[in-house]
Ligand binder design. Structure first.
Ligand SMILES: NC(=O)c1ccc[n+]([C@@H]2O[C@H](COP(=O)([O-])OP(=O)(O)OC[C@H]3O[C@@H](n4cnc5c(N)ncnc54)[C@H](O)[C@@H]3O)[C@@H](O)[C@H]2O)c1
Ligand SMILES: O=C(O)C[C@H](O)C(=O)O
Ligand SMILES: [Mg+2]
Length: 441
């Protein structure tokens, strides 16, 4: 079965006769639609109204599904076709809310003027008090310049805002952190660095998101040098963490020794280079990479990795293959070796669908929806902020990866990202390591 990427909700009325829902399901399936959720909206005296979520690959397939349902007789009616993904984004996904009720003048004076002035004076005298009396230490800026939004490319920061809002929603729900999207109207590294430094006083940490390579490397390195708060480029290190976790689990299940495995990385941009560096620092001897850009290949060599001529050679050489190119369908079925582990991580569409890779003989295969940095960044920042760490370093990232792997069921590659215990465990381990290294506990 091939994974579908367009989601639509069909509101369908069926007369209350046994078998009608089955007819609808069969019609949708035969037209190429995958049924997701089926929700009963209304049960009338003679009919039932349901919202049926259907996934398809293309507009044509959607039209086939619509025609198939409309062609059903015996009183079955299609009422509406809606795009719930678009509806879910209407008005944006996040909001800045007051934690204080302001219902009386007394409350107004306590929360705002004149009461607030005492707090300002206190912080001016004792700057550390900002940690207690403001939200700064629990707020992370989610900064993008829009140059590598998912695998959609340089579509600009405003078009990337739905992703940044999504990261903020995840920060809130999974780690209790306030994430604030910051959209930069510049792609110049010096200007990005200057801007982030100028806004840094309002934040406990900085998550760099979807900033393209190669400028992302300089931006992150310089900000780490010049600021004293945790900074992490999610597409580099968040991705490397979750990839290491998935590979640890795959090796455990398949009985492969990770450090002796040959690991191949297709696409040596932000995510790819960080994944290679993570495996090399973890002790993997044979890390290979390939990229269409000569400069990217040279970067891997500088870090001590080996390059292959092309994707086919890399696929022939390696036991474990990871892809982060942003190019859907780049890995051909014919390249897949029996027993290989293939993680095609590009979003929104992978380099090879997991089902196709498994069908071609892979032992394990997954895409970027399941092997996703959502498993890393919330807990990493929770742990770093809890420890009052001034950095996010390699030891903390490895602790996060091992924590994710420890929450993974035998036979799976990663745990369910909505399981709160996973993020708690990541936060706990990251905090423990951060305290040991930087606070000496
Ligand atoms: N699953 C996750 O958690 C996760 C996290 C980060 C990035 N990603 C995905 O990875 C992809 C890349 O993201 P990035 O931030 O590294 O982008 P990037 O632009 O920094 O890197 C992409 C790299 O792929 C290379 N490339 C493009 N086409 C190629 C081809 N045909 N053959 C070989 N190399 C090719 C480019 O030269 C570049 O070096 C995106 O699709 C993104 O969604 C997924
Ligand atoms: O946003 C995601 O889903 C993961 C990742 O950060 C990406 O850029 O693809
Ligand atoms: Mg990203």
């Amino acid at each position: 079965m091939i994974t579908k990427h367009m989601i639509r909700t069909l509101m369908i009325e069926t007369p209350n006769v046994p078998g009608n829902l089955g007819k609808v399901a069969t019609a949708i399936g035969l037209a190429g639609g995958d049924i997701g959720e089926v929700k009963t909206v209304k049960v009338g005296p003679t009919y039932t109204m349901r919202d049926i979520t259907v996934q398809v690959d293309t507009e044509e397939q959607l039209n086939d599904v619509i025609k198939a349902v409309e062609g059903l007789e015996e009183g079955i009616k299609l009422h509406t076709v809606s795009d719930e993904v678009l509806s879910a984004h209407e008005g944006g996904k996040i909001a800045m809310k007051s934690k204080m009720p302001i219902n009386s003048l007394a409350e107004l004076r306590r929360v705002y003027t004149p009461g607030v002035a005492d707090v300002c004076n206190l912080i001016q005298r004792e700057p550390d008090k900002a940690e207690i009396y403001t939200t700064i230490s629990n707020t992370v800026a989610i900064v993008t310049d829009g140059t590598a939004i998912l695998g959609l490319g340089n579509i600009g920061p405003v078009a990337g805002m739905p992703v940044m809002e999504g990261k903020a929603a995840l920060f809130d729900q999974l780690a209790g952190i306030s994430g604030v999207p910051i959209l930069l109207d510049t792609t110049d590294p010096e200007e990005i660095i200057r801007t982030v430094k100028n806004i840094a006083p309002g934040f406990g940490g900085i998550l760099l998101e979807d900033i393209g390579s190669p400028h992302c490397f300089e931006v992150e390195d310089r900000l780490k040098e010049e600021l004293n708060i945790p900074i992490m480029h999610d597409d580099q290190h968040g991705t490397a963490v979750v990839t290491l976790a998935a590979v640890i689990s795959a090796c455990k299940s398949a009985g492969i020794s990770l450090k002796e495995a040959k690991i191949g990385q297709i696409g040596l941009g932000a995510a790819g280079i960080a994944i290679c560096r993570m495996f090399m620092a973890y002790g993997v001897q044979a890390v290979y990479g390939t990229d269409k850009s000569e400069a990217a290949m040279n970067r891997l060599k500088q870090y001590g990795g080996q390059t292959t001529l092309n994707i086919q050679e890399l696929m022939e050489t390696c036991d474990i293959v990871i892809a982060t190119t942003g190019v859907p369908g780049l890995i051909k079925k014919e390249f897949v070796k029996e027993g290989q582990v293939i993680l095609a991580l590009s979003n929104p569409k992978p380099e090879i669908e997991p089902e196709a890779a498994l069908g071609a003989g892979a032992a394990y295969a997954a895409d970027g929806r399941s092997i996703n940095n959502v498993l890393g960044f919330p807990g990493i920042f929770r742990g770093a902020l809890n420890a009052k760490s001034k950095v996010v370093n390699h030891e903390m990232l490895v602790a996060a990866a091992e924590a994710i792997a420890s929450c993974t069921k035998h036979g799976d590659l990663v745990p369910d990202p909505l399981q709160p215990e996973v993020h708690e465990k990541v936060a706990e381990e990251v905090e423990r390591v951060a305290r040991r290294v930087y606070v000496g506990v």
